[in-house]
Design a binder for this molecule. Structure first.
Ligand code: NAP
Length: 281
């Protein structure tokens, strides 16, 4: 296990330790966002990025030394089996991105909360809305379950079609049938959500969708680096309303803080991450 970010040390009192674990992890913006939040709250806590290769080996150390962790690629699914308890949504999704350690280790999926909260700011009622989700990875799973819990109808498209079919089968068995597209076609949908990595820095010229975007759609991209992806730029040009991945990122982080018992300074968190991302422009 390698520490990739500096710790903020506090002169007195018990320091609560938090971290994000993943591999690779050095580009994560979570340490900057959470450290700023702890400072603003005056909380005696640290937040590091830990590069973890073998989660089973690192788990006991994490449980003993940290009050909570965020979990990212490739450990979101593997950690589920190691935890003592999971909230219902995390259990359903089969992925955890936030853990609260205590007498028991409890897992949560704050990606779901972050995505749905960002979406509902623009479309308050998702019931019966027709949503096309691009992607069949970990983030797509959380978003699809979140949309179905809100009563929306979901269709998915993924570059590797068999993965989309496998995910649709699993979701159909656990919750509700969803359709699978063989080519991404947003026509007739109310909302389009990109939950793939296409367009992410440094491959900013990539886009998960080459066909035109209807002007009456809402388009959300969960990629947050760059702040405005090629997909979002095209959607804006077409007259569609857009939601950037920054909103999901900040809100999943804010929800993690709530789970750990803090009142998140959301505006400050958004400001700090925006400033970091602007450095890439
Ligand atoms: P993942 O499990 O590795 O899944 C990646 C998905 O992207 C797969 O469906 C993959 O398709 C697809 N994909 C990758 N490159 C592509 C390309 N060039 N064209 C089309 N599809 C492509 O990753 P994940 O955890 O779901 O994360 C996906 C993205 O969401 C990442 O960029 C991540 O940074 C972002 N994310 C953002 C937030 C946020 O808070 N805003 C939270 C979580 C994740 P195949 O199956 O065909 O490989």
């Amino acid at each position: 296990m390698t520490k990739k970010a500096g710790m903020v040390t506090h002169p007195d009192g018990e320091v609560k330790k938090y971290a994000v674990i993943g591999n690779p992890i050095k580009h994560s913006l979570s340490p900057v966002m959470h450290t700023a939040a702890f400072r603003a709250l005056g909380v005696n806590a640290t937040y590091e990025a830990l590069e973890v290769e073998n989660l089973s080996r690192a788990y006991d150390y994490l449980k003993e030394n940290y009050a909570g962790i965020n979990v990212t690629i490739p450990h979101k699914e593997t950690i589920v089996e190691l935890l003592d308890e999971k909230e219902m949504a995390a259990d359903l999704i089969g992925a955890v991105n936030c853990v609260k350690f205590g007498r028991k280790a409890m897992g949560f999926n704050t990606d779901l909360h972050g995505a749905i909260s960002a979406l509902k700011d623009v479309v308050p009622h998702l019931r019966e809305k027709n949503i096309l989700v691009l992607g069949a990875g970990g983030a797509a799973r959380a978003i699809i379950f979140g949309c179905l819990m809100e009563g929306a109808n979901v269709t998915i498209y993924n570059r590797t079609v068999r993965k989309a079919e496998a995910l649709a089968k699993e979701i159909g068995e656990k919750m509700k049938d969803i359709e699978v597209q063989r080519r991404p076609d947003p026509v007739g949908f109310d909302i389009l959500i990109n939950a793939t990595s296409a367009g992410m820095y440094p491959k900013v010229d990539e886009t998960p969708l080459t066909s035109g975007i209807p002007s009456n759609m809402v388009v959300m991209d969960i990629v947050y680096n760059p702040l405005e992806t090629r997909l979002l730029r095209k959607a804006k040009e077409a007259g569609a309303r857009t939601i950037s991945g920054l909103e999901m990122f900040v809100r999943q982080g804010a929800e993690s803080l709530r789970i750990w018992g803090y009142d998140p300074p959301v505006s400050l968190m958004r400001e700090v991450v925006t400033k970091e991302l602007m450095k890439n422009d």
